[in-house]
Design a protein around this ligand. Structure first.
Ligand code: SF4
Length: 168
């Protein structure tokens, strides 16, 4: 694959996450079609804040686009409520590692699941970089589309904040 135009394609971590959860959700979120926060999202924010109070990582906002928890010299982290969306969560933090690498900073990643008392450790590989580049190109295509991608009819829809919107 040729080098991508990262400056043009770069995006935030939530969109990378949503790409792997549901492409329709990504499109709706991008159009700022916001629904009220679901209980699950509110709980996720509380878990994040509680975890923050305990370990106090340094939060850094880069390019006004991605917000990264710096744990120490070696690691960044992402705090998640559950591991049900493990692939999306993994790709989100790998994207942060990719983004940092583009800035000349090499880190490793940790996904912290405080409620499960579990941590996952990640390192960015060449294969991951190619996957992220492919994803950035795909996200760009989806967001340029006039119409949202179709409803996915998945069990995850029941817990999605767009459920009413998609199934009304
Ligand atoms: S309700 Fe389902 S189809 Fe609609 S945005 Fe959410 S996950 Fe996607």
């Amino acid at each position: 694959m040729e080098d991508i135009n990262f400056e043009e394609l770069k995006t935030n971590g939530i969109k990378i996450n949503y790409y792997y959860v549901c492409k329709r959700k990504l499109w709706l979120f991008d159009r700022k079609i916001s629904m009220e926060l679901s209980d699950r999202m509110i709980l996720g924010q509380i878990v994040h804040q509680e975890s923050y109070k305990r370990d106090k990582p340094k939060e850094v906002l880069i390019d006004n686009l991605i917000s990264i928890d710096i744990v120490d010299n070696l690691n960044i982290r992402e705090v998640k409520l559950s591991d049900k969306m493990a692939l999306a969560d993994k790709m989100q933090i790998l994207y942060y590692l990719y983004y940092l690498k583009k800035l000349g900073i090499n880190k490793k990643g940790i996904i912290n699941y405080p409620r499960l008392r579990k941590r996952e450790f990640l390192e960015l590989t060449e294969k991951d970089e190619k996957e992220i580049e492919k994803t950035l190109i795909e996200i760009n295509k989806i967001l340029k589309s006039e119409k949202p991608p179709p409803v996915i009819n998945s069990p995850i829809c029941k817990k999605c904040s767009y459920f009413e919107f998609c199934y009304a």
